[in-house]
Design a protein around this ligand. Structure first.
Ligand SMILES: Cc1cc2nc3c(=O)[nH]c(=O)nc-3n(C[C@H](O)[C@H](O)[C@H](O)COP(=O)(O)OP(=O)(O)OC[C@H]3O[C@@H](n4cnc5c(N)ncnc54)[C@H](O)[C@@H]3O)c2cc1C
Length: 403
């Protein structure tokens, strides 16, 4: 069975990159079909951080007010508990931006929001339960996709926004460079009483935990050495609770929150990028082009920035019916720099801080490092990490047209 809508773009994956690209292309009047393999957006491991630069794009689109009307809470500072000493290390409140804070909104609500807004455009077509199995190739071009049920869809352009297990990787359609990641993460929730407005990292001894405030519970990310999950699980849930308690003694009742390992998910961390993000008929964006580590909570924002850049570059020529193959490299040319810089910083954090820390081989001193102490002492200095978090690197402004 084939579906031959002419002049269309097919986007594989309804994550932040795919939904934002779909929204922007449909807004420009380009017929776009987003194919998402799951039946809904509910995946609790996706991260929740909507950064100021993403909200700047929403503001430029006239969507910010409606976005902020959805349940969320705001974080305008970052803090770290270092061997029991609480240090303030980032401040976003001074940013001269439409939303000078991180909006903590479960990612499924953010994606629901983009879906509801995109539904206003007749050119937008979202299909859930639509897993893509393969690309269709014709005359040395990617000319469409084949769904797992055998249906094929022709496309002038296929955008792969299907995350770090993308079919561009599975089919070797584009070349991949693996940067390696020495950590994995155990992911679990611990109910709590009060709502806060900070994102908290806690380092104690050789243990590290990040606590994301989701209102009535902490979403916890406990960092372990890559490949060590089986050993941790073999020690039993009581020993794991002791490890968590040692990193964050303030956490409430762990026995109720972590009765067994069914309450804990193992998330494998990857750090890699395609060395070429495109070939005729195909462009990869978001984690499909560059899998990001959770360090810095920046992956969603980078995915959104890629989508804005792709639409800025391609929406007008696509809407005019032009061939865009010769333009695809422009997206990579522009977005590779922030990708390289951010992945470089994440790699440094993995190798210089996290790996020695969790190996317990004396990588970190008992006292907080000087940089953290300086940030804690001088509020003005805390504005620098705040600026980097808020603006990101090479922030994209919406320039794609309204169709
Ligand atoms: C443990 C962990 C915690 C993280 N926490 C944060 C955080 O707090 N903040 C942050 O900014 N980033 C975080 N990240 C990174 C962030 O989740 C990603 O960078 C971001 O989601 C990438 O968006 P994307 O749209 O490119 O891909 P994804 O979010 O991975 O979306 C891809 C979509 O494609 C769909 N899909 C996959 N294959 C197919 C197929 N064959 N057919 C159809 N659909 C398909 C998937 O179901 C999914 O909906 C975290 C990452 C990890 C591993």
């Amino acid at each position: 069975m084939a579906d031959h809508r002419s002049g269309n773009v097919v986007i594989v994956g309804g994550g932040p990159a795919g939904m934002m690209a779909g929204f922007l292309l449909a807004r420009a009047g380009v017929a776009v079909t987003v194919l998402e393999k799951h039946a809904d957006f509910f995946r609790d491991f996706r991260g929740d951080t909507v950064h100021p630069s993403t909200m700047q794009a929403l503001s430029e689109l006239g969507l910010l007010e409606r976005f902020l009307a959805r349940p969320h809470h705001r974080i305008d500072g970052a803090e770290i508990s270092y061997n029991g000493t609480l240090l303030q290390i980032g401040d976003l409140s001074h940013l001269n931006m439409a939303a000078p804070f991180i909006a903590m909104m479960p990612q499924w609500h953010f994606l629901d929001f983009l879906r509801d807004e995109a539904a206003a455009f007749p050119a937008f077509d979202l299909r859930m339960n639509a897993p893509v199995a393969a690309f269709v190739e014709r005359d040395e071009r990617i000319a469409g996709i084949r769904l797992e049920d055998g249906t094929t869809l022709d496309a002038r352009l296929v955008i792969a926004a299907d995350g770090r297990d993308s079919i561009v990787r599975r089919t070797n359609a584009l070349p991949l460079e693996d940067l390696g990641a020495p950590i994995d993460v155990f992911w679990f929730a611990v109910p709590k009483a009060e709502v806060g407005n900070r994102l908290r990292g806690a380092i104690r001894g050789h243990r590290l935990i990040v606590l994301i405030d989701r209102g009535d519970y902490w979403q916890c990310a406990f960092v372990i050495a890559k490949g060590s999950a089986t050993t941790v699980i073999a020690r039993g849930i009581a020993a794991f609770r002791d490890d968590v308690r040692a990193a964050a003694p303030d956490l409430p009742d762990l026995a109720a929150a972590l009765p067994d390992f069914d309450a804990v998910k193992l998330l494998s961390v990857s750090l890699d990028r395609l060395t070429s993000w495109h070939r005729p008929g195909l462009l990869a964006i978001g984690d499909a082009a560059h899998a990001m580590s959770p360090v810095g909570g920046i992956g969603i924002n980078l995915a959104i920035q890629d989508a804005v850049c792709a639409a800025n570059t391609l929406a007008a020529p696509l809407a005019a019916g032009e061939d865009v193959d010769a333009l695809l490299h422009k997206v990579q040319d522009r977005r590779m720099l922030p990708t390289r810089l951010i992945q470089g910083a994440q790699r440094q954090a993995h190798e210089r801080i996290l790996q020695p820390l969790i190996a317990g081989n004396g990588g970190l001193p008992g006292e907080p490092p000087a940089l953290l102490r300086l940030l804690n002492r001088f509020p003005l200095l805390r504005q620098i990490p705040g600026y980097l978090i808020g603006h990101g690197i090479r922030m994209e402004h919406v320039r794609s047209p309204i169709g």
